[in-house]
Design a protein around this ligand. Structure first.
Ligand SMILES: [Mg+2]
Length: 381
């Protein structure tokens, strides 16, 4: 069995898929993407393909080592995401070839269902009550929201009060039996984060995400020490070695992205590393169907798993939805707030190849918004 062809597809709203074909007809799918840099990752996948064409796809770890390390320069979002998508496709092929789901190859399932959450409120959250009610009606038992829109690095009293007030509105609708997580998105500074975190604790968020920008990771131990709320981070960390200092700082929740942090192979190891710090896994996934499918395979086989992000109804999905690219949307249904395990082979999702090829002809040029403070200076999004 040899890899004969690797193709990439730039599909709306903002994703990139890859398709790895073999000479005996087994095809694997991956999702190598950095949001806003999809074309850059596409070029990286093209370069990495030189290491795979003509090779036997089955020694996945051997390929991971070569894809990650063979070009001397390594790591970072673009290269790690390119490797991630190819790694997913190789695992998909490995499972399909043997007729088993990937979670079986990872040691077998440790759970029957995976709890998922959905976003509410978008980039600049307002009028949250109706959005939360709609999410609850759709079956979800947990939501995530941004703490704020654009906000001063050193927030004002009014801005801080608004953060608390938004969370209170959401807690009011959810009651005590459902959960809400709050994403700070690194929008304000460490001093403000230290001030805000204790104010949120009475509303019992499941966790607070990215209280700091990743470049301020050296301040994370202080934030964890002063926070009664569990701290989560990791969507902008790309390897075990990136996660180690965050785990040593005492984060409660590790959030690697299956399409950014080296794929199934590396996220599996990040989960194991997190377990040694008594931290749980909540993979980031505001992405498409292959990234979610890969996330679920890891979740089914990972003991220290908390909850999975999924992108149905997320504010970025303007021109297309995750389910537009799958043959059977039922594999991602969450009637009781959980996606249930199946024994479908590989990643467990059948990609609608015609839909993907059609969408690639349209493509996209998605970019994150660029925000400014009132004085015109750059603001974190
Ligand atoms: Mg986030």
């Amino acid at each position: 069995m040899r890899i004969t062809r690797i193709e990439t597809f730039l599909v709306p709203p903002r994703w990139l898929l890859c398709r790895v074909e073999t000479d005996d007809g087994v095809v694997g799918w991956g999702e190598p993407v950095v949001e806003g840099r999809a074309e850059t990752v596409r070029a990286a996948v093209g370069e990495l393909s030189d290491l795979l064409i003509g090779e036997d796809p089955t020694p996945v770890e051997h390929h991971w080592q070569r894809l990650t390390k063979a070009a001397f320069y390594r790591g970072g979002p673009v290269l790690s995401s390119a490797v991630a998508g190819l790694d997913q496709a190789l695992w998909d092929i490995a499972g399909k070839r043997l007729g088993v789901p990937v979670h079986q190859l990872l040691g077998g399932p440790v759970r029957d269902r995976v709890r998922v959450y959905g976003w509410v409120g978008g980039d600049d959250p307002a009028e949250l009550a109706d959005a939360v009610s709609a999410r609850v009606e759709s079956g979800l038992t947990a939501v995530k929201m941004n703490a704020s829109g654009v906000m001063g690095r050193s927030a004002t009293v009014r801005e801080i009060d608004a953060v608390v007030d938004r969370l209170a509105q959401v807690r009011d609708v959810l009651g005590p039996d459902r959960d809400v997580a709050v994403d700070f998105h690194g929008r304000f500074n460490a001093a403000t984060a230290r001030r805000v975190l204790p104010l949120l604790e009475p509303l019992r968020p499941m966790f607070v995400e990215e209280p700091l920008l990743p470049e301020y990771g050296h301040l994370l131990p202080d934030i964890v020490r002063c926070s009664p709320v569990p701290i989560a981070t990791g969507e902008r960390l790309y390897s075990r070695t990136d996660f180690l200092p965050a785990l040593q700082a005492g984060i409660a929740v590790a959030q690697p992205d299956l399409s950014h942090a080296g794929g199934i192979s590396e996220v599996r190891r990040i989960a194991s590393l997190a377990e040694t710090f008594d931290a749980v896994l909540a993979p980031h996934c505001p992405l498409g169907p292959v990234a979610l499918a890969a996330s679920l395979q890891v979740a089914f086989a990972t003991p220290n798993f908390l909850i999975q992000e999924q992108s149905i109804g997320i504010h970025y999905n303007k021109d297309a939805e995750m389910l537009d690219y799958v043959v059977d949307a039922g594999v991602f249904a969450f009637p009781d707030g959980n996606i249930h395990r199946t024994d479908a082979p590989g990643l467990g999702v059948e990609v609608d190849e015609d839909a993907v090829r059609r969408a690639d002809r349209v493509g996209h040029r998605w970019r994150p918004p660029v925000w400014s403070h009132e004085d015109g200076s750059f603001a974190e999004w």
